[in-house]
Design a protein around this ligand. Structure first.
Ligand SMILES: Cc1cc2nc3c(=O)[nH]c(=O)nc-3n(C[C@H](O)[C@H](O)[C@H](O)COP(=O)(O)OP(=O)(O)OC[C@H]3O[C@@H](n4cnc5c(N)ncnc54)[C@H](O)[C@@H]3O)c2cc1C
Ligand SMILES: *[C@@H]1O[C@H](CO)[C@@H](O)[C@H](O)[C@H]1NC(C)=O
Ligand SMILES: *[C@@H]1O[C@H](CO)[C@@H](O)[C@H](O)[C@H]1NC(C)=O
Ligand SMILES: *[C@@H]1O[C@H](CO)[C@@H](O)[C@H](O)[C@H]1NC(C)=O
Ligand SMILES: *[C@@H]1O[C@H](CO)[C@@H](O)[C@H](O)[C@H]1NC(C)=O
Ligand SMILES: *[C@@H]1O[C@H](CO)[C@@H](O)[C@H](O)[C@H]1NC(C)=O
Ligand SMILES: CC(=O)N[C@H]1CO[C@H](CO)[C@@H](O)[C@@H]1O
Length: 541
């Protein structure tokens, strides 16, 4: 699909004149205001965008699903991973466009705008609040899963990846091309690069190479006027904004050009667990001092779970080197963990991505390409926090007590330090750099249906978060954009009504970068076409 790159401005000129004329005609028809969905459909089909471009494989109407298409629900459910957003009461889109070509994205933007319909943009569909496919105003979904080409250029050490490609597809292709190249990004293979990268994606290479956004060197987007722009034509401020500010406030990401990072032919992974009875409190206390200050080649995540009325802490490590050097490092810096040679597995980097995704050692890399079974049967809720000061042992003990009482919460503590402390907080919209020891993700999953069960789980999530207040960042209490959370001052579905409304969540996600994001937004999308419950608002006066 990445073929039209060089000629993208040409079809656009054509497309836009054509559409402008078409829309002018349709706007005068009585249908337009009475029935936005019919108007949207008419706009798409009468413009005939597809058939007028030689490089377009199929007209946009061939990628259009409305509720009367028998596969409408299947297409919608294909990328719903959280049953909380697949309830009988969940609002459904008026239409889904499964773009097969970049011009379909342009058409979707232009026609949604002309019909006054909200456009929700979906790549992998993992949004923690379903913002990519649910809202309670009339809307259409632009689904990018078909735009998934990946071009690896090992000589240049770069990859061109379309927004609908998943992390698993990207990791697999990179590994096929080279055993010593990798991608600095997240842990779950089914995440879409469209949402994950634009939200600041992090993973276990973060201490050495930073976030996904620290390794993006170009991007192609469709803006609010339906134009295709690259880094050069969009300008550095918009290019800055989409690397961590969330794509869906600014445009539709079509593709990214990323810098691949270097890894040794074998990396070492381990996962060991300790309960409170096995001294976990002391080890976790020490981990807080050690993990953010370790050699950049070593990342040790904690996963904390409640098991049999105690806390079980798993120490999950990724080391860019082999076992001997790792054991020496651990003996010197973190002997309390008691890591043994037998805990360590040396694997090619691509296998380590499967290990982190909890596949057993020996799983073939093809597992990265598996499509999750849909519709999802599992419910999910998550929140985040940043910790800037070491939590004392009595503090940890009080957290354990609350945690055990919650029964259902799991926590991941991800260490910072390394290059994360060296990159300035203003280099990208992602502001959580120097000064942070680690990030906490709280999450819980459940299977039981029912509104009451949902509310009970949301309550547990909120009270754990409330309990943690004294131990985490304050003024603002920081939160990670990729862990979107409605509880952080979400606006109505029609989007934030003012800069001040947006500031409530804006400073938690972006700190002082919020104001610059507002400036960019005001320049590129002053009418606030691209919006959702936690989008960046434009300045209105
Ligand atoms: C199991 C699991 C593991 C995770 N692990 C990690 C991790 O290791 N590291 C990490 O950083 N995060 C992680 N996340 C969070 C994940 O990064 C976010 O949920 C991310 O937003 C998902 O992107 P998506 O494309 O799959 O989702 P989507 O729901 O498609 O999109 C998410 C958001 O981005 C917008 N968007 C999507 N595509 C585009 C586009 N092409 N142009 C403009 N806007 C777009 C959507 O409108 C929405 O607001 C994890 C999530 C899950 C469920
Ligand atoms: C949806 O249904 C219409 C009417 O039956 C059909 O013309 C169209 O091709 C269908 N769309 C897709 C994407 O299959
Ligand atoms: C590779 O890098 C060279 C030199 O910087 C550049 O001219 C060329 O366009 C690059 N190729 C690709 C496919 O990006
Ligand atoms: C914890 O570690 C022990 C020893 O390695 C292992 O046998 C056990 O299965 C682990 N427990 C869990 C829940 O992973
Ligand atoms: C690593 O992945 C390769 C490629 O799929 C597979 O053949 C091999 O068995 C894996 N090795 C381990 C140790 O997981
Ligand atoms: C959730 O908490 C609210 C406010 O504290 C309370 O009113 C409500 O009853 C709780 N709901 C459930 C299902 O526990
Ligand atoms: C301007 C233009 O060339 N329009 C053409 C678009 O495609 C349709 C269907 O093939 C033609 O009928 C139009 O003339």
């Amino acid at each position: 699909m990445a073929t039209s790159t060089s000629s993208s401005s040409l079809p656009f000129l054509f497309l836009s004149t054509l559409l402008a004329a078409t829309i002018a005609v349709i706007l005068q028809s009585p249908v337009s205001h009475a029935n936005p969905e019919m108007f949207f459909r008419a706009c798409l089909s009468s413009s005939n965008v597809g058939t007028n471009l030689s490089s377009v494989p199929v007209s946009v109407t061939g990628a259009l699903y409305t509720p009367d298409n028998s596969s409408f629900s299947d297409v919608l459910n294909l990328h719903i991973h959280n049953k909380r957003f697949n309830q009988p009461t969940t609002p459904k889109p008026l239409a889904i466009i499964t773009a097969l070509h970049e011009s379909h994205v342009q058409a979707a933007v232009i026609c949604a705008k002309a019909s006054h319909l909200q456009l929700r943009i979906r790549s992998g569909g993992h949004d923690y609040e379903g913002f990519s496919f649910v809202t309670d105003v009339p809307f259409v979904v632009l689904d990018l899963f078909n735009l998934k080409s990946i071009d690896i250029n090992i000589q240049n050490g770069t990859a061109l990846v379309e927004a609908g490609a998943t992390l698993g597809q990207l990791y697999y292709k990179v590994a096929k091309a080279s055993p010593v190249h990798a991608v600095a990004a997240g842990v779950c293979p089914s995440l879409g690069t469209g949402g994950h990268f634009s939200g600041g994606g992090y993973g276990n290479l973060m201490r050495k190479y930073g976030l996904s956004v620290d390794n993006i060197i170009d991007a192609k987007i469709v803006d609010a006027n339906g134009r295709i722009l690259d880094r050069k034509s969009m300008g550095e401020d918009l290019f800055w904004a989409i690397r961590g500010g969330g794509g869906a406030s600014f445009g539709v990401i079509l593709s990214w050009t990323i810098k691949l990072v270097e890894v040794p032919p074998l990396v070492t992974v381990f996962k060991v667990n300790r309960t409170l009875e096995q001294g976990a409190t002391d080890i976790v206390y020490k981990w807080q001092h050690v993990a953010p200050n370790l050699d950049k080649d070593l990342f040790i995540r904690l996963q904390l779970e409640v098991h049999h009325n105690t806390v079980q802490v798993s120490f999950i490590g990724e080391f860019l080197g082999q076992t001997d050097r790792l054991l020496n490092l651990m003996k010197e810096c973190f002997p309390e963990l008691g890591l043994q040679q037998s805990d360590c597995f040396e694997l090619p980097w691509v296998n380590s991505t499967l290990f982190y995704a909890e596949y057993p050692i020996g799983t073939p890399a093809e597992a990265l390409l598996f499509q999750a079974k849909n519709p999802a049967q599992i419910y999910f809720k998550s929140k985040s926090d940043f910790v800037k000061n070491v939590i004392s042992k009595p503090g940890l003990e009080s957290i354990w007590k609350n945690f055990i009482e919650s029964e259902v919460i799991v926590m991941q503590w991800n260490p910072y330090g390394g290059i994360m402390w060296e990159i300035p907080a203003t280099a990208t919209p992602f502001p959580h750099r120097a000064g942070n020891l680690f990030k906490i993700q709280y999450y819980q999953t459940w299977l039981q249906d029912g509104e009451d069960t949902i509310n009970r789980n949301l309550n547990v999530s909120r009270s754990m978060h409330e309990f943690m207040t004294p131990f985490v960042s304050k003024a603002p209490r920081e939160a990670f954009l990729n862990y979107r959370d409605r509880d952080i001052g979400a606006a109505p579905s029609s989007g934030p009504t003012s800069v001040e409304a947006g500031r409530i969540y804006g400073v938690q996600f972006f700190r002082e970068n919020f104001d610059r994001l507002v400036q960019v937004k005001t320049r590129v999308d002053p009418t606030n076409f691209f919006r959702y419950e936690q989008s960046i608002p434009p300045q209105t006066c």
